[in-house]
Design a protein around this ligand. Sequence first.
Ligand code: NAP
Ligand code: GLV
Length: 310
Amino acid sequence: MAALLFISPQDASGVWPEALARAMPAIEVRVWPEAGDRADIEYAVVWKPPADSLRALPNLRAIFSLGAGVDYLFTNTELPEDVPLVRLIDPALTEGMTEYVLYHVLHYHRYMCEYQAQQRQRVWRELPQVRPGDRTIGIMGLGVIGGDAAAKLALLGFSVAGWSRSAKRLPQVRSFFGCDQLDAFLGRSEILACVLPLTPETEGILNKDTLAALPRGACVISAGRGGHMIEEDLLAALDSGHIAGATLDVFHSEPLPVEHPFWTHPKITVTPHVASITNPFTASTQVADNIRRIQQGEALIGVVDRQRRY
Ligand code: NAP
Ligand code: GLV
């Protein structure tokens, strides 16, 4: 019987082994560090695995990430070189991310920060109501998640653009791509949501120059990875008034240290990396489908390009 090794030392739910076993009854699920005979292990399902957990698995056929992001795998010094890395593509994960982006876009679009500030001062004052077609939204990263969020924002009538490495064709979504078009994309983004993967190319992409390229008064939603944001540049842009508000789900250091200035900044909303939480049951179904594909010699869904790192 083929075996699968589940490696997620930080998982406290205890649900994963059951979810994986339910989705693939013909595979024995083992939970690291109880790997048993390592020669039996054909599949690894991982989130932040310790380096040595992936060592000496001679029959490993694929490594599946429990998340869409795989940046953490490239810090693993013992990552096997010749085994496919597969990121998670799960409609439930995408749904959560889209909800998060839409929720915060609507919050900024309808001036909820300003109304909350007015409420604290008992001020009854109408602010303008901008039609969605007159509100420009920019989505950085127009892949599975960004593409879905952009499409749904466009359905609500917003003026949506996305930025990606390659050109995209999405109904009612303007496509910008590559470094040459980044400034033009940013310059028309009154509300910017970043759902890029973290790679050597995107690290630090939310910095003083890119923030300055946004229109004055823009709001930023950062839900890709904390490594995208140069934190002191964001604080400076907020304090100067160039950026009006920021919603941050991801941080350089997680959990966000208690003394970090983001916690108490009046223009920042912090959430604890929960924009979308992987659902063990739906995700296990996606892993099971890919394992079936391997067994039947079909192409895998979500294979990571090791050069691009996403
Ligand atoms: P994806 O389908 O691989 O999409 C990535 C997008 O980013 C693609 O459009 C890609 O362009 C673009 N991109 C990558 N590098 C680029 C570069 N250097 N310049 C311009 N565009 C670039 O990934 P996904 O499934 O949408 O996930 C995106 C990220 O969301 C994950 O990596 C993860 O970090 C984050 N995430 C966060 C949470 C959370 O709870 N906070 C949950 C899930 C995911 P091309 O299409 O042209 O290749
Ligand atoms: C969560 O952060 C993910 O990458 O799925």
